[in-house]
Design a protein around this ligand. Structure first.
Ligand SMILES: Nc1ncnc2c1ncn2[C@@H]1O[C@H](COP(=O)(O)OP(=O)(O)OP(=O)(O)O)[C@@H](O)[C@H]1O
Ligand SMILES: [Mg+2]
Length: 465
């Protein structure tokens, strides 16, 4: 809970603010002048101070100066009774975060306080991230502080700089490819190529020549000799992604490479020798595939020299807040938006969701929210239904009608609802704008205009393409 200090000599204003902010869930302390406020600061942890400028004894500016020395982490927001811009400007110079002129709307206070506190939290987290990323997380771009992911980092550190074959196992979206890169770039081969082959994406008949190359004329269409990815990876690393989907025929050939570091290109009769470090990954349960006769047991043992198991995100929820701030700042920067962070309520929902698509799903969710949002903190109303625990429009509508104490902006609420409605229709129709328009009983052009107006184009195009 955030602690707010109110410093104002007018009792009525103090009382009104106390009552209002306490109602919003803040812990509120108050003082009638600067000297009294200093005493409170000495004894209490404060996050933010609302400071009147003209007060008896110690005035607002002098108080803020003093507070900056005593407790630099407190955010000062100035309330100025006379609307004298010059003193407000002076207050900003000594470090006030913002100022409001009296009379003010309580609603404005609420949003300013919330934004300032979010800003502060984000800054704290960013600072923490920067400071610890390299020492504690050790691998650039791989975020996580849970014991589970730290154990993975320990293992990577031990095995990266060896020539051992490594099998990376984990559900879809857990970061297998990211870890393959970390292994390569932390090895002595880092200056040499890292060649990735997605065994599931290449049709079986092509995969053999893709991996091992072929001689000119070895099959119809083989107009030239090609070298294949194994040779391209010579002296470096080859990453065989989705290895569980490899055909039995190719499994035999791969086994031979693993045993002898030799292979024959399609149509060649001389084997080629290579010096290649092999990394493999799959989201499949290989042991089960071995049992079902889909994967060769001998190949499995050859690959499974050092297995790295990446736990699913739901088993390491302590990584979620860190991943949230990492992706929020990444996409806020990319889209140049002032998205400060995520509210407590939204964070709770995001942390308790079970993320079947793991980190990839979390990243896509944040990207989508940031694109849709104008600014401010990500709140629970920004979250997709599956995370909010809602099943349909009728309920999300219920949320909109849940008018908070501080009130809502009618226009923003309607805009949000329109956005959600359009998105729903697009999702329901597989991002087909014609079908979505029919569903909403709109002209296609009207829908396209609305998509543009609501800044949904990028998202719609991305899904379509
Ligand atoms: N710990 C992490 N820190 C930061 N980003 C992560 C982390 N784990 C995964 N990601 C991001 O999530 C996305 C998915 O990761 P990646 O492609 O490595 O998953 P994968 O396990 O290979 O998934 P699949 O089995 O579907 O291929 C990527 O954008 C990656 O950068
Ligand atoms: Mg992958």
């Amino acid at each position: 809970m955030s602690h707010i200090l109110i410093v104002d000599d007018e009792v009525a204003i103090r009382r009104a603010l106390e009552k209002f902010l306490t109602g919003l869930g803040y812990k509120v302390l108050s003082a009638g002048d600067g000297e009294e406020a200093i005493k409170i600061l000495e004894k209490n942890p404060i996050d933010l101070a609302l400071v009147d400028l003209v007060m008896p004894k110690l005035d607002g500016i002098s108080f803020i100066r003093k507070m900056k020395l005593m407790a630099p982490e407190v955010i000062p927001i100035v309330l100025t009774g006379f609307g004298t811009i010059t003193s407000a400007v002076e207050a900003m110079k000594v470090g006030a975060y913002h100022y409001l002129t009296k009379p003010f709307e309580l609603e404005d206070i609420a949003s300013l306080v919330q934004t300032a506190l979010d800003h502060k939290n984000l800054k704290k987290e960013n600072h923490f991230l920067k400071k610890h990323l390299y020492e504690k997380y050790r691998f650039e771009n791989i975020i996580g502080k849970s014991d589970e992911i730290q154990a993975v980092f320990d293992l990577i550190e031990k095995v990266a700089d060896t020539d051992s074959t490594i099998l990376i196992l984990g559900e879809s979206g857990t970061g297998k490819e990211l870890i393959a890169k970390a292994l390569h770039f932390n090895s002595a081969r880092k200056e040499k190529p890292l060649i990735t082959v997605n065994c599931a994406a290449i049709p079986e008949e092509l995969l053999e020549s893709e991996l091992f190359g072929h001689m000119k004329g070895s099959f119809t269409g083989a107009v030239a000799t090609t070298q294949g990815r194994f040779l391209a990876a010579n002296n470096g690393t080859i990453f065989l992604d989705e290895i569980g989907d490899m055909s039995p025929k190719l499994q035999v050939k791969l086994l031979r490479v693993l045993q002898e570091r030799k292979f024959e290109p399609v149509g060649a009769n001389q084997p080629i020798e290579v010096d290649v470090r092999i990394l493999a990954a799959t989201h499949q349960n290989l042991e089960e595939r071995v049992k079902n006769g889909k994967f060769r047991e001998d190949l499995f043992y050859r690959l499974n020299v050092i297995p790295i198991h990446i736990p699913p995100l739901r088993d390491r929820p302590t990584d979620i807040p860190l991943l949230l701030s990492y992706f929020i700042s990444k996409y806020a920067q990319q889209t140049k938006k002032e998205i400060a962070g995520v509210t407590e309520k939204a964070k709770r929902l995001l942390t308790s969701y079970d993320w079947p698509g793991n980190v990839r799903e979390l990243e896509n969710t944040i990207e989508r929210i940031v694109i849709l949002k104008e600014k401010g903190s990500i709140d629970f109303t920004d979250l997709p239904d599956k995370i909010r625990g809602n099943s349909g429009i009728s309920k999300s509508r219920g949320n909109l009608f849940d008018i908070p104490e501080a009130g809502v902006s009618f226009k923003n609420a309607i805009d949000d609802f329109e956005k959600e409605l359009i998105l729903k229709a697009l999702e329901k129709t597989g991002w087909n704008k014609n079908k979505a328009a029919t569903l909403l009983k709109l002209n296609r052009t009207t829908l396209v205009e609305k998509i543009k107006k609501r800044g949904l184009e990028k998202l719609a195009d991305k899904q379509e393409g």
